[in-house]
Design a protein. Structure first.
Length: 318
C-alpha cells in the first residue's frame, strides 16, 4: 500500500504518473487534465500472491487499485468583482491493472558470483478513467543482484518496462513512454527482527506520443529512500519506506508492505518429518512389545524385547 501526493500548475494534459513498487516495478496512475492548480492525493493498494514452484522458480499474480482525490483552482485568483474564482474537487476509485510474473534464482550462495535473480512480468489487463481496457500491452524484465556481509545486505536492481499504448474512450491513442530504472539499496540488520534500509534510484521515462505527436519530454528522476523492516513472526513481516525525489518531477511516496507466508514453512516441514519418523519408531516399538507380551503369555517365559535404534533421515529443506 502506497500514499502519493502530486501538485500540478498551469495547463497540463491529463496523463500518467509512476508509482514505484518493490524490485524495480512501477505502476502508471492516470492524472486529470489541469488548468490552473491541482493537488492530488492517491492511495494505491497493490495485493500480490506468490507461489514457489521450485526452490529456484517463483510465479506471481499482482494487481493494483487506487483511491484518488483531486482538488482544483482555476488560473484566475480573483474575479472582476473581487470574489474568489471557482474551486472544485473530485474523488475516484478504480481497479488499475493485473500482472502475471515470474522470478528465477540464477545464482545462490555461489562460490564465485554474487546472488542473482531474473524476473519478468506481463500486464494481463490495464484500466483507467477515460481509457479503454488494454490487454497484454505492457511488460517488464529485470535483474537483481545482492550479497550479504553480515550484518549488511547490498542489492542492485535494474529493470526495463515496455509501457505500450492506451486508447482513450474517444478513439485517440496515447503511446506511453517506456521506463528504465536502476536502484541500489543497503540494509543493516540491527537484530534478528529489525532491519534498517536506505537506497538511491534513477529512473528514465521516454516521451509520450498522442496520435503520433510527441506531447511530453523524456523525463529522468533521481530519488532517495529510507525505511525499516520488522519480522513480526516466522510467517509475517512488515516494512515501511519513504521515497523523496532528489531531482526531477514528482512527489513523495510513503509505502507500507505486509508479507504473509502461507502453507508449510521449510523449517516446519523438517519438524513435521521428524515428528512422523518418531511416531513410526514408537509404533514399531509398541508392536515389538505387544509381540513380547503375547509370547510371555503363551509360554510363561519373559521374552527379551529387541532394542530398536531411532534413525531419522531428513531431506534438506528447499
Amino acid at each position: 500500500m502506497s500514499y502519493v501526493n502530486q501538485e500540478r500548475r498551469d495547463l497540463q494534459q491529463g496523463g500518467f504518473f509512476l508509482v514505484d513498487l518493490d524490485a524495480g516495478r512501477t505502476i502508471a496512475i492516470p492524472l486529470p487534465t489541469t488548468q490552473g492548480e491541482s493537488n492530488t492525493d492517491t492511495l494505491v493498494v497493490a495485493p500480490a500472491l506468490r507461489y514457489g514452484v521450485t526452490s529456484k522458480l517463483e510465479t506471481s499474480l499482482r494487481g493494483s487499485g487506487t483511491l484518488q482525490q483531486s482538488r482544483f483552482q482555476s488560473s484566475a485568483q480573483l474575479s472582476a468583482s473581487g470574489q474568489q474564482a471557482g474551486f472544485s474537487s473530485q474523488t475516484e476509485t478504480a481497479w488499475n491493472d493485473l500482472w502475471l510474473g515470474s522470478q528465477y534464482q540464477i545464482f545462490n550462495n555461489h562460490a564465485k558470483y554474487p546472488n542473482l535473480l531474473a524476473f519478468a512480468d506481463l500486464a494481463v489487463l490495464q484500466r483507467g478513467e477515460g481509457f479503454k481496457p488494454a490487454y497484454a500491452q505492457a511488460g517488464l524484465v529485470g535483474l537483481t543482484t545482492y550479497t550479504v556481509n553480515d550484518p549488511l545486505v547490498f542489492s542492485l536492481t535494474s529493470s526495463y518496462q515496455v509501457s505500450g499504448s492506451r486508447q482513450f474512450d474517444d478513439g485517440r491513442t496515447l503511446q506511453q513512454g517506456d521506463v528504465s530504472s536502476l536502484s541500489g539499496s543497503l540494509g543493516f540488520a540491527v537484530n534478528p527482527e529489525v532491519t534498517l534500509t536506505s537506497g538511491l534510484s534513477w529512473r528514465q521515462q521516454q516521451a509520450e506520443r498522442l496520435d503520433g505527436t510527441t506531447v511530453s519530454l523524456r523525463r529522468t528522476q533521481t530519488s532517495a529512500s529510507v525505511g525499516f523492516a520488522y519480522a513480526v513472526s516466522e510467517r509475517s513481516n512488515l516494512s515501511v519506506n519513504v521515497t523523496n525525489p532528489i531531482s526531477g518531477e514528482g512527489g513523495s511516496t510513503l509505502s507500507l508492505q505486509v508479507n504473509r507466508k502461507l502453507g508449510v514453512l521449510p523449517d516446519s516441514r523438517v519438524s513435521a518429518i521428524r515428528e512422523r519418523a518418531r511416531q513410526r519408531v514408537a509404533r514399531q516399538q509398541r508392536t515389538v512389545e505387544s509381540k513380547a507380551t503375547d509370547t510371555e503369555a503363551n509360554t510363561g517365559t519373559v521374552a527379551e524385547t529387541p532394542k530398536t535404534t531411532e534413525i531419522l533421515t531428513v531431506p534438506e529443506s528447499p
